[in-house]
Write a protein of this length. Structure first.
Length: 264
């Protein structure tokens, strides 16, 4: 097992412990030990990712390598947004996701070598697609936090009033900010894929385009419904999570079958 995996895991677990301890003590969880341990964990994660993505024979964009990269991007984004957006409840989840993705990449090795330096247009498409997926996955986690807060408020649970949780209206406003940003990135990703990828709708690739387009329709409908119909609450949560599930199937579904099931 790579020498970086254990210290990366330890730092992520330490950051999660500090965050959860702060939440249990009715604090926001923002202290130097949280930031320090999270920064160390993400730095080691980034070094590990660089070593496994950029090989002498090309870029290894295997399933779990990409999943580990996405988990790093999510952890980094949520950590940066934790204080202004009050994402303390989401932080431990993202760090756990990072740990799991790294262990899966180590325990279930596979390879998918590309030469992106020869196809910069494909690199642009992949970068935008990863950015869209990252933002919309964070929005999905945010929607689940909104659902939890709504549930506690309706049942008058003690956890509804917590200094680490923003108000329900603030969560909803920030959620739609994330969805709008993710929707724009997803639109650019689909457009770039249609322009730059010759086999975007070819056999074996069509399901990716189909699931991505279905997710795009869901997010477009959600933004329209929120603006013109005043959709809120459960409808918003269900549609946001449904869109993220479709994107996950689009990005990772076939790769899992080809690399892990058939490849094994």
């Amino acid at each position: 097992m790579n020498v970086l995996v254990l210290p990366t895991t330890i730092f992520y677990l330490l950051a999660s412990y500090v965050c959860i301890s702060g939440l249990l003590n009715k604090q926001a969880g923002a202290n130097k030990w949280l930031w320090l341990s999270a920064a160390c964990g993400m730095a080691l994660h980034g070094i590990w990712e660089f070593q496994h993505l950029f090989l002498a024979q090309g870029q290894d964009l295997s399933l779990f390598n990409v999943a580990a990269l996405v988990s790093l991007l999510i952890s980094l984004s949520v950590t940066v947004l934790a204080k202004p957006f009050k994402l303390w409840f989401i932080l431990p989840v993202t760090y756990l996701f990072s740990i799991i993705s790294i262990f899966l990449a180590v325990l279930i090795p596979s390879d998918y070598i590309l030469h992106l330096e020869l196809k910069p247009q494909v690199l642009i498409h992949i970068c935008v697609a990863l950015a869209a997926f990252t933002v919309l996955m964070i929005a999905s986690l945010y929607a689940l936090q909104m659902a939890y807060l709504d549930w506690t408020l309706k049942r008058h649970k003690p956890g509804a009033i917590h200094p680490a949780l923003p108000s329900l209206m603030r969560i909803e406003k920030q959620l739609f900010t994330l969805i709008r940003l993710g929707f724009v990135l997803l639109s650019i990703s689909l457009l770039s894929g249609f322009i730059f990828l010759n086999q975007f709708f070819a056999h074996g690739q069509a399901h990716k385009a189909l699931f991505s387009l279905l997710a795009w329709v869901i997010y477009a409908s959600l933004l329209w419904g929120q603006r013109y119909r005043g959709w809120r609450g459960k409808t918003v949560v269900v549609m946001t999570v449904s869109g993220s599930i479709l994107l996950t199937l689009a990005y990772f579904g076939s790769r899992f079958v080809k690399e892990i099931i058939i490849g094994s």
